[in-house]
Each structure stands twice: as C-alpha cells, then as structure tokens.
Design a protein around this ligand. Structure first.
Ligand SMILES: [Zn+2]
Length: 68
C-alpha cells in the first residue's frame, strides 16, 4: 500500500455532507442572516436542518465502520 499520503477528501464519508452544509450556510439568505451587530440570527431553515442531520448521520456511520 504505497502512494497516497493523505486520504482523498472524497474518500471521507462525511466530507460531502460537510461541504454541502458549509456551502448552504454561505449561500442561504436565511442561514446567513445577521443582526445589526453582525451576529448570526440562527433563523430556522428546513434545508440546513436536513443537511445537519445528514452530516450527523454520516459521522455516526463513520464511527461504526472505523474501529479505534
Ligand atoms: Zn438555510
């Protein structure tokens, strides 16, 4: 087993979910809404809820397939 020093980002099960989550929070007007002081308002967003859940599940899954 030679070649890759670092695992490819694509090989990490939760990476895709994480990228989607990050991209959404930047692009979504609801998720990126801030008050006059610049604090995130944490407005409820169904899309981010689903992405969070997928991310959480993929991390959960990873813990089960990878023995410590
Ligand atoms: Zn959103």
């Amino acid at each position: 087993m030679t070649g890759t020093v670092h695992p490819s980002f694509d090989d990490v099960p939760w990476a895709t979910a994480f990228v989607r989550l990050a991209n959404h929070s930047i692009a979504c007007a609801t998720c990126s809404a801030v008050d006059e002081q610049g604090w995130n308002l944490n407005l409820p967003c169904k899309a981010i809820d689903q992405l969070n859940e997928k991310y959480r599940q993929s991390r959960h899954w990873e813990r089960h397939v990878r023995p410590l």
